[in-house]
Design a binder for this molecule. Structure first.
Ligand code: G1P
Length: 296
């Protein structure tokens, strides 16, 4: 892969969000808030902090609200200005200024690999990032930046990895390979959602990737895999054999916001980082752990 800049990321956002019904009946799961910020805004902010210029959101039916979130909300902004709510106005306006968001449709739910392939013509001929909206990573250096740095160093596609307990391996793509340093492996094996007890390692793929554009040709050919879907992991396994692929154990705290418990943890984590919420939330949690129930 050439040392071209990574200036675009793809965010697949076409999933139905069935794990969060009924909330997701009419609200895209990407807009469910962590405290008061939609999950997809955390993802876009991570990309922006890593110097990404274009964000390509691959969405499906009923997801136009995602586009609206990153657009100028003219009426709302006018009202806020008229009412002298400058801080809120600035905060809101900054969201539309953050980056260019291009939206396109995945017309059929054929899998993550297919969603990424839908973005091929918009991504163009350069390496690009992929960020999955369910995986929130709180890190000093944005996780996608860590992967971009690894890509620059190795000149090959990079996937983010994290140790998981063996019983959780069937939920993930699992990677195995030869250690290059403390954080990096040269991947030789990749399995999407291995059957219990068959995972080749305990290193799970977490939703951050920097990929060469050659992945698109691979994804056009890859047959449906687990769940009858075109799996990104299966495409990456081909890439690992042909061009080589790097696995990078990122630094940072990851939350699976696509899981109810992970979503609650993320809410608590990000709320505790907010000065105005930290003390009252801790005080409330103390009342719970003291066994006293809620007192007001
Ligand atoms: C997807 C990928 C999987 C990866 C996971 C990370 O699975 O297919 O390889 O480990 O994201 O969150 P999903 O969670 O969409 O089933």
């Amino acid at each position: 892969m050439s040392a071209a800049e990574v200036s675009r990321v793809v965010i697949p956002a076409a999933g139905l969000g069935t794990r969060f019904l009924p909330a997701t009946k009419s609200v895209p799961k990407e807009l469910l808030p962590i405290v008061d910020v939609p999950t997809i805004q955390y993802i876009v902010e991570e990309a922006v902090r890593a110097g990404i210029k274009d964000v390509i959101v691959v969405n499906g039916r009923g997801k136009v609200a995602i586009e609206d979130h990153f657009d100028i909300a003219f009426e709302l902004e006018t009202v806020l200005r008229e009412r002298g709510k400058k801080e809120l106005y600035d905060q809101l306006h900054a969201i539309s200024d953050m980056t260019r968001v291009v939206s396109l449709r995945q017309k059929q739910p054929l899998g993550l690999g297919h969603a990424v392939l839908c973005a091929a013509s918009v991504v163009g001929p350069n390496p690009f990032g992929v960020i999955l909206g369910d995986d929130l990573i709180d890190a000093e250096v944005p996780a996608i930046q860590q992967l971009i740095d690894a890509y620059r160093k190795h000149g090959k596609g990079v996937v983010a990895l994290m140790e998981v307990p063996p019983e959780e391996a069937p939920l993930y793509g699992i990677a195995a390979g030869r250690a290059l340093d403390d954080r990096t492996i040269a991947i030789s094996q990749l399995v999407e959602k291995p059957k219990p007890g068959t995972a080749p390692s305990s290193l799970a793929i977490i939703g951050r990737y920097v990929l060469p554009p050659s992945i698109f040709d691979v994804l056009r050919e890859v047959p449906p895999g687990v769940g009858g879907e075109i799996q990104l992991t299966d495409g990456l396994a081909v890439l690992a054999r042909t061009e080589g692929l790097i696995g990078y154990r990122f630094e940072g705290r990851r939350f699976d916001a696509g899981d109810r418990m992970g979503y609650l943890r993320a809410n608590i984590h990000y709320a505790l980082k907010r000065p105005e919420l930290r003390e009252p939330l801790l005080a409330y949690m103390r009342t719970l752990t003291n066994g006293g129930g809620e007192r007001r």
